[in-house]
Design a protein around this ligand. Structure first.
Ligand SMILES: [Zn+2]
Length: 270
């Protein structure tokens, strides 16, 4: 089955991973900007990073028949440096017309601090000003429930935000329903350590239905599994779900969501 991984950090993966993903049916992916594992020191580091996301990764992916898209921002982990964050936000419009840019992301909260909220709102303003879609990172573990509520309140508190153009990622059992009920799209992240297992993601699909629900591997430089989406496909088949339902979650839904971005010009291999 063909699938689309809507959240994967290929800058930290090898070319062998692209080959493996292609062999497993991955035909498209979207890569949000994220933390490098260490704090970057200047706006120039981000300019180079955004060139990597908009020039180098799409050509590396294309060698394996994978269409690569991306999202731009400064990650919440670096938002405590408000001055640098503002310089990066000011520079982002230089890249918004690049052909693989889908919007602003992954923006969100990490430890739910005041500076993180400030920078989140400034990213939101940028997205509104340039009519961009938004991809949201929700915090981990003990900070997730409160952080998700704070993020949803900031988004719904601004009537200019259209929830159908926002994807809220890393949802789990205790946050998925509220995200969907408030009109947003929701993404589940399959991680070997924290976040969802394929079994828990299958449970959430059975609980919430497949409308506006996406699944990703969030493969990055930490313990993660870039081929986690095929694991979920297998789990759903094992439970007797139809091919149509599986395809909706791993292929049709991401394409429907991304199609709201002006730069999304995906060509289906079928
Ligand atoms: Zn991520």
């Amino acid at each position: 089955m063909y699938y689309f991984d809507p959240h994967i950090h290929m800058v930290s993966r090898t070319t062998d991973d692209y080959e493996t993903l292609a062999k497993m049916g991955c035909v498209g992916m979207s890569e949000p900007a994220f933390w490098a594992g260490f704090d970057r020191g200047s706006v120039e580091s981000f300019r180079d990073y955004f060139r990597q996301l908009t020039e180098f990764e799409p050509s590396r992916a294309a060698q394996y028949g994978i269409q690569h898209y991306t999202w731009l921002c400064i990650n919440a982990k670096e938002a405590e440096n408000v001055e640098l964050s503002r310089e990066v936000i000011k520079m982002i419009p230089e890249f918004l017309d690049k052909p693989n840019v889908l919007g602003i992301g992954e923006i969100g909260l990490n430890k739910n601090t005041k500076n993180e909220s400030t920078i989140f709102l400034e990213h939101m303003e940028l997205a509104i000003q340039y009519n961009q879609q938004i991809l949201i990172h929700t915090p981990h573990l003990e900070d997730k429930y409160q952080g998700t509520r704070m993020i949803l309140d900031m988004l719904t508190g601004d009537s200019r935000i259209d929830p159908t153009r926002v994807l809220v990622d890393h949802v789990e059992e205790h946050t998925a329903k509220e995200v969907l009920d408030r009109g947003f799209w929701a993404g589940m992240t399959l991680y070997p350590v924290t976040k969802c297992t394929p079994q828990r993601a299958a449970d959430i699909i059975e609980l919430c239905g497949a409308e506006r629900l996406l699944v990703n591997s969030a493969g990055d430089w930490g313990p993660s599994k870039p081929t986690a989406v095929p694991d979920l496909i297998l789990e759903l088949r094992r439970r007797g779900h139809s091919e149509a339902l599986i395809r909706k979650v791993v292929y049709d839904n991401p394409i429907e969501f991304f199609s709201q971005s002006q730069n999304f010009s995906f060509t289906s291999p079928q």
